[in-house]
Design a protein around this ligand. Structure first.
Ligand code: ARG
Length: 590
């Protein structure tokens, strides 16, 4: 379906054309002054310059022509040249009814199967997930879902970090702890055990211990670097240990992401692209793009228009090691080979923006992607504590994701458990869903690039612009419909149709519903899930106002009641759909 504002624009464009002006001036937008009118067109102001006429004169010509048009209830020219528009109730109603009977409520699948890879999550094996990983996971999942809803072939890739020093640190620490393990016996050439010599909880203790040891003890750091070099170059025992680390970690990561309702299509790893690197480096050299600088192999990526320094992209360090950028370049090659994506979107901490700038420029220079393939870096801001500094645990450590989730859960649980009618098991399930909704919504309702403050009391509150408030609204609608259905078991919303609004609150609710397809497409094209959050907050407000002003279940006029039930069914479905696009699940009651 065309966007509602597009339909109105069509009528106004037509009028501009009939009056001898370019139709481009007929663009209609939501009103800045909802107290005066629903929509507005500012085109007469711009047209005045081109046609050297007074804006109000043009605006008056247009409104004169459109006065009797069926789309408008009121259209007027206002000084200096605005066109204020209020549309006909029948026109709104017709649109709502077609939304209700259309696939995806009339939201068109503009993606036409274009392939888009979303690189998000980005955890590092063997390291516990921390709050920084939450943002990437939550934002990426949402963008993937919005794109998929719009008909793009979205592929979410977790892009595991499994190739760095963290592996060497663990191997070196293990060697110090248990030197007798068969993996460290250089003369051993039999099969290695299938069972890992550690559990996930042991692994999660080894890593931080190894990491702090490496800072205190330079000798240990050397051992870790050596171990990194050896496993990357095929040392049998170390490769076997690396595989154990991978298996144990991946199983745990899958569990954690599942619990977050975050699901990846691809579980690719940095190590998967290592085989592409030698050839890639040869190509960079033979194309004359890479040169030696102080022993390192680098590619210049500065551009004439740069106002800040963009250092060369390093492919190989002077000690022969490859880097994060080398791996990211090779990953682009692999992705092109396997999926020929039309776009790759990276959802990573914004402090990595220079890295991606270098990688993208390098990839373009070498022609690793065709010119029309988009490479998009979506850098997210930091989640801060109430002190405005990056969020930490009480003792100053990095907050583990699990504990963060637990904190939100506990807050919600306290409230849910007060309601003694809800059995314990259900109370837990509700708290899980609502707690996660609170976390995700507070993250997604901010612009991606902005830092925000983690305030568990505020975002678990059921009032204000929060996840729980939206969920309460959906649960309220479900409860009304549930009550109606148990008294009228044969009821089907499809059999009724929405009638023209009988009150302002009803009309406002309907108008808000009409914005759905526009909001979803805009939120995708601007990579902005917060637009969906803002929309469902406004939609919930409109619904709640309507609900407080009307007695739906006791309404005597069956046509009116049928219309209301259908309208709130549509409201529920749109809210649920939007929440699903944010990766948020709705409980049956709260
Ligand atoms: N593992 C990286 C980190 O923890 C994030 C990976 C992001 N994706 C990428 N293609 N570089 O910082």
């Amino acid at each position: 379906m065309k966007k509602f504002t597009e339909l109105i624009s069509d009528a106004v464009r037509d009028a501009f054309e009939k009056c001898g002006y370019s139709p481009k001036y007929g663009l209609v937008t939501l009103s800045d002054r909802p107290d005066l009118c629903q929509f507005q067109c500012n085109g007469a102001l711009a047209a005045a310059k081109e046609y050297k006429k007074a804006p109000i004169a043009i605006a008056s010509e247009i409104t004169e022509l459109l006065k009797t048009h069926t789309v408008f209830r009121e259209i007027s020219a206002v000084k200096p040249g605005f066109i204020n528009i209020t549309v006909d109730d029948g026109f709104i109603t017709e649109y709502i009814n077609s939304m209700a009977s259309s696939h995806k409520f009339g939201c068109e699948e503009i993606g036409s199967n274009k392939t888009v890879i979303v690189d998000y999550g980005g955890p590092n094996v063997a390291k516990p997930l921390h709050v920084g990983h939450l943002r990437s996971a939550v934002i990426g999942e949402s963008i993937k879902r919005i794109g998929r809803f719009l008909g793009y072939n979205m592929l979410g890739d977790v892009h595991l970090g499994d190739w760095g020093l963290q592996i060497g640190l663990i191997i070196a620490k293990l060697k110090r702890m248990s030197p007798d393990l068969v993996y460290f016996d250089e003369s051993y050439n039999g099969e290695y055990p299938e069972e890992a010599p550690f559990t996930i909880s042991e692994l999660e203790e080894i890593y931080p211990a190894a990491s702090s040891l490496s800072k205190a003890d330079p000798e240990f750091m050397e051992e870790a670097k050596q171990a990194t070099f050896l496993f990357q170059n095929g040392h049998r025992g170390y490769v076997a240990l690396w595989k154990h680390i991978l298996n144990v970690s991946i199983a745990d990561l899958k569990k954690n992401y599942d619990a977050l309702n975050v699901h990846f299509d691809l579980w690719k790893k940095e190590s998967d692209v290592q085989p592409y690197i030698p050839q890639m480096i040869e190509d960079f050299k033979s194309k004359g793009l890479a040169y030696l600088s102080e022993g390192a192999l680098v590619v210049d990526v500065m551009e004439a228009s740069d106002t800040h320094e963009v250092p060369p992209c390093i492919l190989v360090k002077s000690d022969g090691a490859t880097l994060y950028s080398t791996t990211d370049l090779a990953t682009i090659i692999e992705r092109m080979e396997l999926f020929s994506p039309d776009e790759i979107i990276y959802i990573v901490d914004k402090r990595q923006d220079l890295h991606f700038e270098q990688v993208f420029r390098c990839a373009r220079k070498a022609g690793l992607v065709p010119p029309d393939t988009k490479l998009t870096f979506l850098g997210f801001g930091t989640m801060n504590g109430k002190d405005g500094k990056p969020f930490k645990t009480r003792d100053g450590g990095v907050m583990r994701l699990e504990n963060l989730i637990r904190e939100a859960y506990d807050k919600v649980y306290q409230r849910v458990a007060e309601n003694r009618e809800i059995p314990e098991e259900e109370a837990q399930e509700i708290s899980r869903k609502v707690g996660l909704a609170a976390l995700k919504y507070s993250d997604l309702s901010n612009q991606i690039s902005k830092d925000y403050i983690f305030d568990v009391d505020r975002f678990t509150s059921s009032e204000g612009n929060t996840g729980p408030y939206i969920l309460y609204t959906v649960v309220r609608i479900k409860s009304i419909l549930g009550k109606y259905l148990s008294a009228n078991p044969g009821y089907r919303a499809e059999d009724a149709s929405v009638q023209p609004p009988g009150s302002d609150s009803e009309r406002d609710l309907m108008l808000k519903i009409t914005q759905f397809n526009g909001v979803v497409t805009d939120s995708y094209s601007s990579y902005a899930p917060h637009m969906i959050c803002q929309y469902i907050f406004e939609l919930s407000n409109e619904f709640n106002r309507f609900y407080h002003e009307n007695r739906i279940l006791t309404e005597q006029d069956p046509v009116k009641q049928g219309s209301w039930l259908k309208l709130i069914t549509l409201t529920r479905d749109i809210l649920t759909t939007c929440l699903d696009l944010l990766g948020i699940e709705v409980p049956d009651r709260m």
